[in-house]
Design a protein around this ligand. Structure first.
Ligand SMILES: Cc1ncc(C[n+]2csc(CCOP(=O)(O)OP(=O)(O)O)c2C)c(N)n1
Length: 643
């Protein structure tokens, strides 16, 4: 069905939603095919959420046929499935070709990227609440636009989605919710609601009803007294079954299940929902990865894929010699500790693969829990387990743990329960951008009593920290970055690290750099450079613990060294450097500190960590320049005083 290279494609002629509406219905399958080709080509090169987007091609086309953004509003949950929406709203061409790269389209929707993106997201479960807010605002303002929330089935494992569902009918009479049910979260969707949805979509009765409703609606021209027709249909198709739907119990009119790849059925259902005078939920069944065989057979791998061969689906192989990822080392260590101690448990919020917990799930399924996209519950669940002598380990990305802040303070730390938190993706998640960067965890944890907060300099120390945390009397938080470690050899037996003790890696008399985690190797390079080029004696300390901080070592060094430098992969506000400043201030120690870290800004997405660091003044040369300038300033101040 593809067009020849010389012929302009239908997609290339879509400058905005009006062009989607102008196509004849018979042209839509070709448009869908061209979109799929574009999605595969771009994500094969750049990586990205190929599976979710391949599954919503027809749904997104149908949405743009029936509604008119930006007047009407679409709120996509997570918004990782928003690529098709981007292609249909004027963002194709070079901008989309550079998807997730510097200067290209974000991998998520963002209000500052397009007026067609009514709400930005990257974290799951936010669409229904936000859409309900928009619909209520519309009602309060007496305007008439439509608001459509597009939620995946896994969004219904999130507490916030259920909180919003509980408030729909009391807030508005007009809201359209699309439940995009592909049975997958990143891994297979879990929990009772997933089971319920599965029963609806596989039930013979519901499937018969689904055919009935499709036949029923398609037998009428669009827009003709649809409400009256609906009531007629309900009378004719066993009312009691529809009434028993979970969503009807929450006061939403339930439509479906609808075949999410049947454009005609989708359009008819959306047209109907548009006219309803009650909130409506359309249950749409889609196939994640549709159009790419490898993605259909491996939905988890192709949820968010790294670059792959578009013909075979094979991942582009990592450069030989690349050290193992932090999360793989963590996953192997946790499985090992869990084998040795049945009280050690692993908990994930729908991320078994990304966190490295898949190994534990495979080897010791009884010690593994996937609780769905439910970080608040994950942490409280762990707290409950900890009260009974278990040693739960919550493996949650730094950015997603933000959601469980109250549980961290109120349930875990206040009761000093021994829960270990392994916060992956601390630092940048370059291609994903601001919703996914883990740049705030030190600030939000450093102020919580009883929390022990640490970051390893390499993957061997990560294993030591996990081992140490599993022996703490209270909560332990370990942060580590995305991707490859340093290649450090893992000791055969981990050691217990003395809590609150830093490690001196290099002695210096002019400057001492206090570095945290993945900044330690950078600090060692910087020290060598300053010694070589500036003839300075520069020490390096691997801080290990942000809380408790090694005050004794810090103060003893600050008493004799003219300049301290801190380096962290975290925002400066409230971070590691702030902890150092506070400790010095409390001891009335005036030693100056040059703090290196991320500024008080949301950091955009970009092609690589190095690219983003350079854009924010954190390239190695820039850091060296700042440190040298500070040193020279101090020397000239000293010279002035000496005069
Ligand atoms: C709070 C939070 N936790 C975890 C994630 C990671 N995550 C991104 S998409 C996703 C699964 C989404 O599944 P679903 O909503 O069903 O959409 P699908 O990709 O299947 O279309 C998860 C767990 C997240 N984005 N936000």
């Amino acid at each position: 069905m593809s067009t020849s290279p010389s012929e302009p494609t239908l997609l290339s002629r879509i400058a905005g939603p009006a062009d989607v509406k102008a196509l004849a219905p018979g042209q839509l399958p070709q448009l869908a095919q061209e979109i799929r080709e574009e999605l595969i080509e771009v994500t094969a090169r750049n990586g990205g959420h190929v599976g979710p987007n391949l599954g919503v091609v027809e749904l997104t086309i149908a949405l743009h046929r029936v509604f008119s953004t930006p007047d009407d509003q679409f709120v996509f949950d997570v918004s990782h499935q928003g690529y098709v929406h981007k292609l249909l709203t004027g963002r194709q061409g070079e901008f989309f070709q550079k998807l997730r790269k510097s200067g290209g389209a974000s991998g998520f929707l963002a209000r500052n990227e397009s007026p067609h993106d009514s709400f930005g997201a990257g974290h799951a479960g936010t669409a229904l609440s936000a859409a309900l807010g928009m619909a209520t605002a519309r009602d309060l303002r007496n305007s008439h636009e439509h608001v459509v929330a597009i939620c995946g089935d896994a969004a219904f494992t999130c507490g916030i989605t259920l909180e919003a569902l509980n408030n729909v009918v009391s807030s508005t009479k007009r809201l359209i919710v699309i439940l995009n049910d592909n049975e997958w979260s990143i891994a297979k969707n879990v929990g009772a609601i997933a089971g319920y949805l599965n029963r609806i979509s596989t039930s013979k009765t519901y499937n018969r009803m689904h055919h009935d409703i499709e036949a029923f609606f398609t037998s009428f021209p669009t827009g003709v007294e649809m409400n009256r027709m609906y009531h007629k249909w309900k009378r004719e198709t066993k009312d009691f079954i529809v009434e028993s739907s979970l969503f009807e119990k929450f006061g939403l009119r339930y439509l479906g299940p609808v075949d999410g790849h049947n454009l005609d059925a989708l359009v008819k259902n959306l047209e109907f929902a548009k006219q309803c005078d009650v909130p409506v939920l359309i249950h749409v069944l889609t196939k994640k990865g549709k159009g790419l065989d490898a993605a259909v057979s491996s939905p988890e791998k192709f949820h968010g894929a790294s670059p792959f061969d578009p013909e075979t689906g094979e991942s582009v192989r990592p450069i030989p010699g690349t050290p193992p990822n932090y999360q793989d080392v963590f996953g192997a260590a946790l499985a090992r500790f869990a084998r040795q101690d049945p009280k050690v448990l692993g908990i994930t919020g729908a991320m078994p693969g990304g966190t490295g917990l898949s190994l534990l799930a495979k080897e010791l399924p009884q010690q593994f829990f996937d609780v769905g996209i439910a970080e608040e519950h994950a942490v409280l669940f762990a707290a409950g387990l900890a009260t009974k002598g278990f040693r739960p380990v919550c493996a949650i990305y730094s950015t997603f743990l933000q959601r469980a802040y109250d549980q961290i303070i109120h349930d875990v730390c206040l009761q000093n329960l021994p829960v270990t938190f392994c916060m992956d993706r601390a630092g940048l998640s370059a291609n994903d951008g601001p919703t996914h960067h883990g740049l705030f965890d030190l600030s939000y944890l450093r102020c919580v009593p009883n929390a022990v907060v640490m970051q390893p300099k390499d993957e061997d120390e990560l294993v030591d920290m996990l081992h140490t945390s599993l022996h703490l009397p209270g909560p332990g938080f370990i942060r580590y970055p995305r991707g490859a470690g340093t290649g450090a050899a893992i000791k055969s037996d981990p050691v217990l690290l003395p809590v609150g003790q830093a490690e001196v890696l290099r002695v210096g008399t002019n400057i001492v750099i206090w570095a945290l985690g993945n900044m330690v190797p950078e600090a060692l390079k910087l020290a060598a450079q300053l010694e070589r080029d500036e003839h300075l004696s520069v020490g390096v300390v691997n801080a290990r613990f942000v809380k408790p901080l090694d005050r004794n070592l810090l103060l003893s060094q600050a008493a004799v060294v003219p300049l301290l430098v801190t380096m962290e992969d975290h925002v400066l506000a409230g971070g590691f450097g702030s902890a150092v400043l506070e400790a010095l201030q409390e001891a009335h120690c005036p030693t100056p500190v040059e703090r290196i870290g991320w500024p008080d800004k949301f950091v955009e997405h970009g092609s690589s960590v190095d690219y983003l660091r350079a854009g924010h003044g954190l390239a190695p040369d820039e850091i060296a320049r700042r440190v040298i300038a500070r040193w020279r300033d101090l020397q000239s101040e000293k010279a002035t005083v000496d005069l």
